[in-house]
Design a protein around this ligand. Structure first.
Ligand code: 5GP
Length: 192
């Protein structure tokens, strides 16, 4: 058999921050917390594409109760690895959320500007309640105060990829959360 050289998505990862098993366990715990909190409240999980896709898929399967889901897609105007706070809705909710208990499922909260905008947008639609579950909290660069109800992991100020998170639309399919080598986006390697 000919040995064909393939490009591996793992090659651009400098460090694995959260491994598959660690994520699986924590997502299971978050699911159980939500089941306890939302028993008999028929919540709707509102997830923000595309980064939250993998988290949503695992989180909803860890919730052994009736839930519905809805998907939004937003884009923050801003290039590369920085968020700008100016948000554009690319895909809106497909069902009304008036009177519903909404759980916003987010991949990562960095400056908080995207979610800050989204929370106001959702509040205007008259839900019974809104809470936030996010897999990764990166508090170092927070600009907007966000009341996060359920956090998976608090992480340092590094640009992470994998488990749904991308760089330039790649790496979402990594099964773990890793740190992207700064050389990939033209940054300098950190001095240890
Ligand atoms: P924020 O508005 O809180 O600064 O950023 C929110 C969005 O920016 C996230 O939903 C995510 O799409 C993106 N983002 C923030 N930090 C990271 C990161 O470390 N890695 C990746 N891939 N995306 C990030």
């Amino acid at each position: 058999m000919t040995d064909v050289a393939t490009t591996s998505i793992h090659d651009d990862v400098s460090e694995i921050l959260l491994g598959e098993e660690e994520i699986r366990q924590r997502v299971g715990e978050l699911g159980r917390e939500l089941v306890e909190r939302y028993a008999d409240r028929d919540p709707v999980l509102v997830s923000v594409l595309k980064g939250s896709l993998v988290f949503l898929a695992d989180l909803m399967r860890s919730m052994e109760m009736p839930v519905s889901i809805d998907l939004m897609e937003v884009s923050s105007y801003g290039a590369g690895t920085e968020s700008s706070g100016q948000v554009r809705i690319i895909k809106d909710l497909s069902q009304p959320i008036e009177g519903r208990h909404v759980i916003v499922v987010e991949d990562i909260i960095d400056t908080g500007l995207t979610l800050n905008y989204l929370l106001k947008y959702l509040a205007d639609k008259g839900p019974a309640s809104v809470s936030i579950v996010c897999l990764l909290d990166k508090p170092a660069r927070r600009l907007a105060e966000i009341p996060i109800d359920h956090v998976g992991f608090t992480i340092p100020d590094r640009f992470v990829i994998g488990y749904g998170l991308d760089y330039d639309e790649r790496y979402r399919n990594l099964p773990y959360v890793g740190v992207l080598k700064p050389s990939v986006y033209g940054g300098a390697e950190p001095v240890e």
